[in-house]
Design a binder for this molecule. Structure first.
Ligand SMILES: NC(=O)c1ccc[n+]([C@@H]2O[C@H](COP(=O)([O-])OP(=O)(O)OC[C@H]3O[C@@H](n4cnc5c(N)ncnc54)[C@H](OP(=O)(O)O)[C@@H]3O)[C@@H](O)[C@H]2O)c1
Length: 342
């Protein structure tokens, strides 16, 4: 017997700084398990928690519409088809990915989901990691926007997070010297010992700027996930023709940016800083899938997932991204009986 109700988390009010207990509301609603023609009912197993979600809560112009008040929180997810309507092209038991949202069950047009066949050496959860937007962002950002070449010096901020940890590994695989920036000694040890970066620097250390000057000197490519003070400092450490891949600025998502002071160096060093949105580079996703697929098959790509249990805990999980509570990819497990693992 399918359950008669589904639990979901909706946006209750727009936050002015970080997400608070009143930002979202948990609702238990009657759920009609009926897939119409071309539709599927999906049981949501895991959802991705991304820094970009904080931006989707603001009522301002961006690359996607803001989430509306009362709407289920938007999130990329993984799930299982439990009912498939006529002409949907899917069958119960198929595993799918799509924008499933913070909820236990969802009815969607089957075109809104993509069937997932887990390749050799990979796991279902990799479709929220290297085989998904996280991996695509690292791949497009570092290789297309950053134009990283063998022998160059690469610096990665937010390096122990989902995107950063993959960027570090691509950097090593491509023959760069890789310097990682993260917020704790434990994260730095993981980056050096497990991911094999050349040196990891703790930005919370009082000697961070001196450590950077001593170990990195000047860089060719900076993959920046953080923005703010670290980005401003990096502007004084560029080699000639350096490229700054401006992927994200998590240090400023909850507040008002203060601005950059070191930008004149972009002129003297003939350097470039470029923002990008991964969705604009869909033509490169097949190449990224092939690249990570090969690394997974040969067992050379390390992944770490930070798993929070229960849809009701998704709002507080979001704040982990801003306090550095996660190492690797942050996800929320919604279906208690999900067999997906890593
Ligand atoms: N452009 C695009 O298309 C695109 C696509 C996906 C993601 N992104 C961006 O990529 C970045 C990383 O996303 P992700 O999903 O991989 O998240 P993540 O790195 O797994 O998590 C965020 C990490 O940022 C660090 N952090 C938080 N506040 C900080 C601060 N004030 N200063 C320095 N570090 C701070 C924390 O680690 P510490 O413990 O090290 O502080 C935290 O673990 C985000 O900025 C996101 O918006 C961009």
């Amino acid at each position: 017997m399918p359950p008669s109700h589904s639990t979901r988390v909706v946006l209750a009010e727009r936050p002015t700084a970080q997400v608070t207990p009143s930002t979202f509301r948990r609702e238990v609603v009657p759920f009609d398990f009926k897939a119409g023609p071309g539709e599927v009912v999906v049981k949501v197993e895991y959802v991705s928690i991304d820094p970009a979600m904080r931006g989707w809560l603001n009522d301002r112009r961006s690359y996607v519409e803001p989430v509306k008040i009362g709407e289920v929180m938007r999130a990329l997810g993984l799930g299982e088809v439990v009912q498939a309507g006529e002409g949907s092209g899917l069958v119960p038991g198929d595993r799918v990915t799509g924008t499933l949202g913070w909820q236990e069950y969802v009815v969607l047009d089957s075109k809104a989901v993509r069937k997932v066949d887990v390749p050799r050496g990979a796991e279902f959860l990799d479709f929220l990691g290297p085989l998904s937007m996280t991996g695509f962002t690292a791949f497009v950002g570092l290789l297309d926007i950053g134009q990283l070449k063998a022998g160059e010096t690469l610096v990665v901020s937010g390096a122990a997070g989902a995107t950063g940890s993959i960027v570090c590994q691509i950097g090593k695989q491509k023959g760069a010297k890789v310097y990682a920036i993260a917020g704790s000694p434990e994260k730095c040890a993981w980056l050096e010992k497990e991911l094999g970066v050349d040196k990891a620097l703790n930005y919370k250390s009082p000697t961070f700027r001196d450590d950077f000057k001593k170990h990195v000197g000047y860089f060719d490519v900076f993959f920046d996930n953080v923005g703010g003070e670290i980005l401003d400092f990096s502007l004084s450490r560029m080699k000639k023709n350096a490229r700054i891949v401006f992927c994200g600025a998590i240090s400023d998502y909850n507040g008002k940016p203060k601005g950059l002071t070191g930008y004149l160096n972009l002129i003297s060093q003939r350097a470039r800083i470029e923002g990008f949105i991964v969705f604009d580079h869909a033509d490169r996703f097949p190449a990224a899938l092939q690249y990570f697929g090969e690394m997974l098959a040969e067992g050379s790509l390390k992944r770490k997932f930070h798993i929070v249990e229960g849809v009701e805990n998704a709002p507080s999980a979001m704040n982990l991204l801003f306090t550095g509570g996660n190492t690797g990819k942050l996800v929320v497990k919604i279906a208690k009986d999900s067999k997906a693992k890593l």
